[in-house]
Design a protein around this ligand. Structure first.
Ligand SMILES: Nc1ncnc2c1ncn2[C@@H]1O[C@H](COP(=O)(O)OP(=O)(O)O)[C@@H](O)[C@H]1O
Ligand SMILES: [Mg+2]
Length: 251
């Protein structure tokens, strides 16, 4: 389904991804792990066709995705419907006056039938039916995240890209989301940085280092046994302890 071949990405001179080679088969449930700034969001944006590699190639179902290909309106429409991304900040995805209109926007745009029924079904699933008439901008962070999720799930995408989707969710909603991902027939790629939550979100784990390279690709048990856990301090196997900040120490 997805082939990332020798991909490099830079923002100006700032490197964000280096030598990325990843192949993803249909139906795989993948977690993308890495510290802040490692390049997770950049990778998801490349796969969503929002930015394009500076070096290397991205193939989606065998088609080379680049700016020129996406100028083909017919192809762009199919691609944009089947690949859905939830951004790290749900706010930037939401622009409709009410929750109902927000969730119905995509299905109407893509000419799907039974829009009302689809919106109802997905709202029930995410437990946001009570919010449908509310203005989006007044919702809490967690409620916005659920609306953002509903607005992409309702499109029945083939590939779901979620960028730290649990950041605003409480534990009950987090459990619900990992259930939806496990049971859904779509392929998922979920970017996260908390290993304890991440283990419930996929069967294949890809780790990007702070040097923007893939340093691990395997199962959760392989990950725990690998040197990645030791070498990268972003994995705390036990409960975390807060650092004692020198700045606050009494002189
Ligand atoms: N729009 C941008 N302009 C300049 N630098 C960026 C931009 N977006 C991300 N970066 C930089 O690219 C690197 C990778 O960022 P990102 O993919 O957001 O990491 P992650 O999602 O893993 O935290 C970071 O060093 C980040 O500061
Ligand atoms: Mg990010």
């Amino acid at each position: 389904m997805i082939e990332l071949l020798d991909i490099d990405f830079y923002f100006g001179k700032t490197p964000a991804l280096k030598d990325i080679n990843i192949t993803i088969k249909e139906g795989e449930k993948i977690v993308l792990l890495g510290p802040n700034g490692s390049g997770k969001s950049t990778l998801l944006k490349i796969i969503a066709g929002l930015i394009f590699p500076k070096k290397g190639k991205y193939l989606y179902n065998g088609v080379h995705i680049n700016a020129r290909k996406l100028k083909d309106k017919e192809f762009e429409k199919t691609f944009r419907k089947s690949v859905q991304i939830m951004f790290q900040e749900p706010d930037i995805m939401l622009f409709n006056p009410s929750v109902y209109e927000e969730i119905a926007f995509g299905p109407l745009l893509f000419g799907m039938y039974n829009v009302e029924e689809r919106v109802k079904r997905i709202s029930d699933l995410l437990g946001i039916t009570g919010l449908l008439k509310r203005p989006v901008y007044l919702l809490s962070g967690g409620e916005k995240a659920k609306v953002a999720l509903a607005s992409i799930l309702v499109l029945e995408p083939a590939l779901l890209l979620l960028d730290e989707p649990t950041a605003y969710l409480d534990i009950k909603s987090t459990k619900k989301l990992c259930g939806i991902i496990k049971e859904g027939s779509f392929t998922t790629l979920v970017a996260m940085h908390d290993i304890h939550i991440a283990k419930h979100f996929g069967r294949r784990f890809i780790v990007i280092s702070k040097e923007h390279r893939v340093v691990f690709d395997g199962t959760y048990s392989e990950l725990l046994k690998s040197n990645v856990v030791e070498n990268y301090s972003f994995f705390e196997p036990e409960e975390i302890e807060c650092n004692r900040e020198k700045a606050y120490e009494k002189r």
